[in-house]
Design a protein around this ligand. Structure first.
Ligand SMILES: NC(=O)c1ccc[n+]([C@@H]2O[C@H](COP(=O)([O-])OP(=O)(O)OC[C@H]3O[C@@H](n4cnc5c(N)ncnc54)[C@H](OP(=O)(O)O)[C@@H]3O)[C@@H](O)[C@H]2O)c1
Length: 270
């Protein structure tokens, strides 16, 4: 975060939709964006949590709109865009952050569970991206930022469907980026490692119990990376440094890194 503020694009009055804003990384990102002067549209299923977050933002003088949304519903996503346009007339940035985790061996995963992960983590962001593209294309400017995962670069044992959803989203993002670049729209991919949030609570607990230190970053730190990616229109961000290292190591020595991951998983989950 060493870069001086004046060299970065301003967020003042930028309209930013954040999905999965009721918790963890999305909540921290929404708060930071509002602090920087953005008009933040808060989207997730839990209306009560969104209303509380909206109150916190407004009490600090920020501008926001809470739109309870299930990203697995085409009507819900259509309503999210419509409410955003009704209130703020435009949309400048979409942060596709809503996601669910699934830690289970592939062989034990039921059809409904595997479909549900893909529906939220892949089709959800795709649906939201498709909803905002016409508005962004019409004004020749915009940014779609997809929150992926280290597991979207390195397949992770006992998380095959989660990994698959993030790999799929990475492929979509890379292709979409090429399509939208000529229209002035940036497509960014953010690959976090472990972040301390409700989603990572169970794996972090299992790791601690097995005597493994995973050194998660805070949701606030993740939010700083995301906000900087928006302000610099960065196309790719991976954090923390350990995740960058793992991805590079996997590129050169995939077997070694995969063996290391499955050994750690075995110690965590037996
Ligand atoms: N925590 C980590 O270590 C980590 C690491 C790498 C990547 N990530 C990614 O970061 C993103 C945020 O995760 P997090 O750690 O902040 O998890 P979290 O605290 O569990 O938050 C997940 C958010 O997604 C929302 N959500 C889930 N299903 C949804 C749906 N169908 N429609 C709309 N919103 C939905 C939840 O809100 P509602 O329940 O209110 O809908 C919640 O706000 C995810 O994409 C995750 O894969 C996390």
């Amino acid at each position: 975060m060493a870069q001086k503020d004046e060299f970065l694009n301003t967020l003042r009055d930028q309209v930013v939709i954040v999905t999965g804003a009721s918790s963890g990384i999305g909540e921290a990102t929404a708060l930071l964006l509002a602090e920087k002067g953005a008009k933040v549209v808060l989207a997730s299923r839990n209306a009560g949590k969104l209303a509380l977050l909206a109150k916190r933002i407004e009490e600090k003088g920020g501008s926001c709109l809470a739109v309870p949304t299930d990203v697995t519903s085409p009507e819900g996503v259509g309503n999210l865009l419509q409410k955003t346009l009704d209130r703020f007339k435009t949309v400048d940035v979409l942060v596709n952050n809503a996601g669910v985790s699934l830690v289970k061996p592939a062989a034990d995963t039921a059809e409904a569970e595997m479909r549900s992960v893909m529906e939220t983590n892949f089709w959800g962001p795709v649906r939201c991206a498709k909803a905002v593209i016409p508005t962004m294309t019409a004004k020749g400017k915009g940014q779609i930022l997809n929150i992926l995962s280290q597991s979207g670069r390195i397949g992770t044992s006992c998380q095959s469907f989660y990994s698959a959803s993030k790999f799929a989203l990475a492929g979509f993002s890379e292709s979409l980026r090429q399509e939208l670049r000529p229209h002035g729209i940036a497509v960014s991919m953010v690959f976090p490692g472990f972040v301390q949030t409700p989603m990572s609570e169970a794996p972090l607990k299992a790791a601690r119990k097995a005597g493994i230190s995973l050194h998660p970053v805070s949701a606030g730190t993740a939010a700083e990376h995301i906000v900087k990616a928006i302000r610099c229109r960065k196309e790719e961000v991976t954090f923390p440094a350990m995740s960058r290292l793992m991805i590079i190591a996997h590129f050169f020595c995939p077997k070694t890194v995969e063996k290391l991951i499955s050994m750690l998983r075995k110690r965590m989950y037996g």
